[in-house]
Ligand binder design. Structure first.
Ligand code: AKB
Length: 316
């Protein structure tokens, strides 16, 4: 850590758990959470919180000065499915927020930046299996276009102005504490809730839609590890591929069925199926492994057991 930390978009699916973990590591007062609205009680009560719209440059500056922030995690974004419904709003949020933070890095007001990219940067012309770090990238979604553009700007600001910005391409992130909003990979969370409540689930993706996924604890670990790695180890300044597990709705349903008797899945693919079809099935993350020691811990079996237990507890 180079100074006090600000999380923008702290009340979202990843932001919530990231904030709590960073507070555990660095101390509650060192990690300022911010979002456009208040979030989980645990987050609100454990440390400082600011209402902050990620597109409001002057308010970002005000919060950064007030708390003497040196490190920013920019987690606010509109995800793939929602972005298709509101393209310009998604573009404005995803790009403006990034420019505000990169410019603060350029002006020397903050020293280190984390910005998440996504598997959405890839498109239908990208090799699908074991997708390489460097390959054809022709995203066909609004979200993917914004993330790919963001990657280019991160690399540019690093090369041209020496901004210490670090990024990973998140796959679908699976967790139970805070629900995701508006992603194509969200089925892999909904399925656990429906399995425990009703023993059945109707998937909005087809049975064979294979996508790269990761359990939340691994995603948090990767995020903190890349930020703590020595700057010279971060050789890629666009964004790193990050792999863990890869499965289809059918494979996940079979795994859940090992724990829930008579669990049934049916399929009613909607517009999100074509988004899923444009994305990789699995990811080659050898660059992240070599450069900063990335390794995942949760396989399909461990993730499924952890999710069933976690969701069951939240339903009590
Ligand atoms: C989404 O589905 O939009 C996200 C992502 C893969 O970035 N979970």
């Amino acid at each position: 850590m180079v100074g006090r930390i600000l999380i923008i978009g702290a009340c979202g699916q990843i932001g919530t758990e990231l904030t709590l973990k960073l507070r555990e590591i660095h101390g509650n007062d060192e990690v300022v959470a911010s979002d456009i609205r208040e979030g989980a009680k645990e987050l609100m009560q454990s440390g400082p919180f600011e209402i902050l719209n990620a597109t409001d440059e002057s308010r970002i500056k005000e919060v950064i000065e007030k708390h003497e922030i040196k490190e920013v995690y920019l987690m606010a974004a509109m995800l793939s499915a929602t972005a298709e419904k509101a393209p310009m709003k998604a573009w404005d949020l995803n790009m403006d927020s990034l420019f505000h933070i990169l410019n603060l890095g350029k002006e020397g007001k903050i020293e280190k930046i984390f910005w998440p990219s996504s598997i959405a940067v890839f498109g239908p012309t990208t090799p699908k299996d074991n997708t390489p770090q460097t390959t054809i990238m022709e995203p066909t979604t609004v979200y993917g276009i914004s993330k790919q553009t963001g990657e280019r700007w991160c690399e540019y600001f690093h090369r041209k102005f020496g901004v210490d910005v670090r990024s990973i391409r998140y796959p679908g992130i699976i967790s139970y504490k805070t629900l995701p909003g508006g992603g194509t990979t969200d089925y892999a969370i909904e399925i656990f809730h429906e399995a425990l409540k009703n023993s059945e689930y109707t998937s909005f993706l087809a049975s064979d839609a294979a996508l790269p996924m990761m359990y939340m604890d691994d995603a948090i670990k990767a995020t903190i590890d890349i930020m703590e790695a020595p700057a010279e180890n971060i050789k890629i300044r666009s964004s790193y591929n990050l792999g863990a597990i890869s499965f289809t709705p059918e494979i996940l349903a079979r795994e859940i069925g090992k724990h829930i008797d008579n669990f049934k899945i049916s399929y009613k693919p909607d517009f999100r199926q074509s988004i899923a079809e444009s994305w990789p099935s699995s990811i080659d993350d050898s660059a992240a492994r070599e450069d900063w020691g990335w390794k995942y811990e949760f396989d399909l079996e461990k993730m499924t057991k952890t999710m069933l237990k976690g969701v069951e507890d939240t339903l009590k």
